[in-house]
Design a protein around this ligand. Structure first.
Ligand code: BV8
Ligand code: ZN
Length: 245
């Protein structure tokens, strides 16, 4: 694994570090990504399952799909990449973690104040009156109904065509503009507006590093590309910045 001393030098002197993660960070935990050859979107149509229209037209199918994914999330563990990102909080004077992931593995690995741009798969609420649904979703084979208004219960994720949570998006955008070092890790950078963040960071003067075994549509605009799995290269980076090379 080739990690240049020049890059380590830049990382070591960074004061305000921002990390954006996508599904690739959870791949080594055993959670399928969306767009990899074996990814979820090759088996299911995202618009069918991760959209309000899809939910309305086939609520039980969508409910089942989310329970299927919740079960997987319960069975897996954070991987060394998640733990390395959690450790970064204690290394840099200012550190912000933004994730597109809904699996909460960052929090299980010890990350705090995680900005979840696309919500999370554990919480659920009534699609009509927004009352939180507190029961165990896995106990429900079919879409449960809201006790208050009878509306359908939905997962607390952001579906395609839905606005991202305003505060989270504003915080993410602001942190990208202030960063002196920005990592884009495990994301295909195809889903907007999250995919704008690495470019915004670059435009506002950050040094932008991409960690992904594959090139993406933004690789050519960034400063450094580490073509490795995040669970392998992040611990290596931390080892190098913790030892005085
Ligand atoms: C919005 C939650 C305003 C649900 C997700 C037409 C109509 C409506 C909207 C649009 C439209 N055209 C464009 C849009 C915008 C749309 C969009 O961007 N579409 C794309 C597909 C073109 N965005 C939206 O709809 C957003 N809302 O814009 O609202 C609006 C409203 C109305 C009309 C217009 C605009 C909402 C987007 C959020 C959708 N929700 N998830 C759920 O999870 O069930 S998106 C989903 O994709 C996940 O959140 C996922 O995280 C995210 C991004 O994917 P990635 O994380 O990047 O994952 P992916 O598989 O793609 O890539 C993994 C990468 O990891 C790969 O590059 C791989 O090489 C790499 N990798 C693999 N292994 C490793 C690794 N990397 C490191 N280490 C490894 N070991
Ligand atoms: Zn309700």
């Amino acid at each position: 694994m080739e990690i240049s001393n020049e890059l380590i030098g830049i990382i070591k002197k960074s004061k305000n570090v921002v990390v954006l993660t996508g599904a690739g960070v959870s791949a080594e935990s055993g959670i399928s990504t969306f767009r990899d050859p074996d990814g979820l979107w090759t088996k299911f149509n995202p618009m069918e399952l991760a959209s309000m229209d899809g939910f309305i037209s086939n609520p039980d199918l969508v409910w089942e799909w989310y329970n299927y994914r919740r079960k997987i999330v319960h069975e897996v563990e954070p991987n060394p990449g998640h733990y390395a990102i959690a450790e970064m909080e204690n290394i840099f004077p200012k550190f912000t973690l933004i994730t597109q992931n809904v699996d909460r593995l960052h929090q299980r690995a010890g990350s705090h104040n995680v900005i979840e741009l696309h919500g999370n798969i554990m919480d659920n609420y009534c699609k009509d009156c927004k009352t939180p649904f507190e029961d165990d979703p896995l106990a429900e084979l079919h879409v449960p109904r809201c006790r208050k208004c009878g509306g359908m219960i939905r997962p607390a994720v952001v579906w395609f065509g839905e606005m991202l949570p305003r505060l989270e998006l504003a915080k993410a955008d602001e942190s990208a503009k202030q960063a002196d070092l920005f990592f884009s890790i495990g994301t295909s950078a195809e889903v907007y507006p999250a995919a704008n963040l690495p470019i915004t960071a670059k435009e506002y003067g950050a040094f932008v590093v991409e960690i992904n075994p594959n090139k993406t549509s933004i690789t050519k605009y960034l400063d450094y590309f580490l073509p490795y799995p995040s669970g392998q290269v992040l611990p290596e980076i931390l080892k190098k910045i913790n030892t005085n090379i």
